[in-house]
Structures are given as structure tokens and as C-alpha cells.
Write a protein that binds this ligand. Structure first.
Ligand SMILES: [Ca+2]
Length: 227
């Protein structure tokens, strides 16, 4: 059933589940919100009860990012002029590594008001100038779920899901919830792209890890999806 339900409905259910009951499963919340399209984010935000549950479960700077994401206004594509990328890289430095303390709202504003493509350009400039990337800067300057969601927003989509699958299988036990989420929300083309990144990054095929960490019909099903 899971596999023929439209992706946005699976995501919405997973989001509801992540904030239901005691505590929040932040890894899932971050995976859903950081990789959803604007149309999906708006769909989640329109459900008043769900929106309220999500927003009341998070706090601080992390909450600001979540609230802004649910507005569905982050540009989804588009490169920017080289000068604009250089300017943003400079602002990013000034907001974090280039000052005592951290200007979190500038970090949020830069990351949530630019497309992944634009941020890739900014990252390139930043790396040339400061010898490491934006994520390294974020890890030095921020912490907790705020750090995690900003890093998730900067990670290329296929790499993000490759990391999630690896962790779901190689962490303690097997996180079937996350495996199901990834396999039921990505289409075959995306799964193939994720499998390729997986192999490059972890030097082992996604299929081999699935064989090592799952069994029975479940394993067969996952292997079919990777084919
Ligand atoms: Ca600083």
C-alpha cells in the first residue's frame, strides 16, 4: 500500500507521526521538511492542526526555520550572478566565523531565501576564500537541531538521502521507518541517483547494504526498487 500512495500524502503522514505523542522525532521532521517541495510544504502548512503540532514541538532558531519553510517560499531553482554569490559568501562569513557569537537570523535569511543552486555557488566562493565549506562553518557556529536543519538544507538532495539510508542501516539496529520513508517518497529515477551517490560515498553498493541489513519479503521489495 505504502508504495502506491502519492508521495506528498506519505510525507504528510510521516510528518504527523513525527510530531504525534510524546517528543518529536527530529531526524524525520528535518528529513521531511528540508527536502519537500514548496507545493508540499504549503500543503502541510494548510492543515492547521498539523501545522500547530509541528510548530509547537520545536523551539528557538530551529522553530524559525521550520515556520519559514512551512510558508513554502524558498526559491526552488535558479542560479545567481557571480557578484551576488560573492556578496552572500561575504555576508555568511560576517554572520558567523567572522564575528564573535553568531548572527543566526542572517544564516536563516541567506539559506532560506536562496535556491540550492545559488547556495552551491555561494559554497564554492566560501570554500575558495576560507578553505572549508558552509556546512563546516555552520557546524562550528551552531548546534543541535538548528545546525542539523541548516546542514540538511545545504546538502544536495541525492547525497542527503544516501546519508539517511546509510545511517538507517548502519546505525544501531535498522531504522525501518526511515527506510520506508525514503523508498516510498522517491521515484525510481531518484532512487537510482541516490544509489549512485551511495556507492561513490560509502564504497559499497546500496543493494549490498540492503542485503546485509534486511531480510525476507521486505528485502526483496527494497531490492526491486533499487533495480
Ligand atoms: Ca562566530
Amino acid at each position: 500500500m505504502l508504495l502506491i500512495t502519492p508521495a506528498w500524502i506519505v510525507k504528510k503522514d510521516a510528518l504527523r507521526e513525527a510530531v504525534d505523542g510524546l517528543g518529536t522525532r527530529d531526524a524525520m521532521l528535518i528529513a521531511i521538511l528540508s527536502q519537500a517541495s514548496n507545493a508540499e510544504l504549503l500543503e502541510f502548512g494548510k492543515d492547521a492542526k498539523l501545522r500547530q503540532n509541528v510548530v509547537s514541538d520545536v523551539s528557538g532558531e530551529y522553530k524559525k526555520v521550520v515556520e519559514q519553510l512551512l510558508q513554502g517560499t524558498r526559491p526552488e531553482w535558479g542560479a545567481i550572478a557571480p557578484e551576488a554569490a560573492a556578496d552572500l559568501a561575504h555576508r555568511f562569513y560576517k554572520a558567523g566565523e567572522g564575528k564573535i557569537g553568531t548572527d543566526e537570523s542572517s544564516y536563516i535569511s541567506i539559506i532560506l531565501n536562496n535556491s540550492r543552486e545559488a547556495l552551491y555557488q555561494v559554497n564554492h566562493v566560501y570554500k575558495e576564500k576560507h578553505k572549508h565549506d558552509l556546512k563546516t562553518a555552520i557546524k562550528k557556529e551552531t548546534s543541535g537541531n538548528f545546525k542539523r536543519i541548516l546542514c540538511a538544507l545545504l546538502t544536495p538532495r541525492h547525497e542527503f538521502f544516501a546519508d539517511k539510508l546509510r545511517k538507517a542501516m548502519k546505525g544501531a539496529g535498522t531504522n525501518e521507518r526511515m527506510l520506508n520513508f525514503v523508498f516510498s517518497t522517491l521515484d525510481r529515477g531518484e532512487i537510482a541517483a541516490v544509489a549512485q551517490v551511495y556507492k561513490e560515498k560509502f564504497k559499497v553498493s546500496l543493494k549490498d547494504d540492503i542485503k546485509g541489513d534486511t531480510s525476507g519479503c521486505y528485502q526483496e521489495l527494497l531490492l526491486k526498487l533499487v533495480d
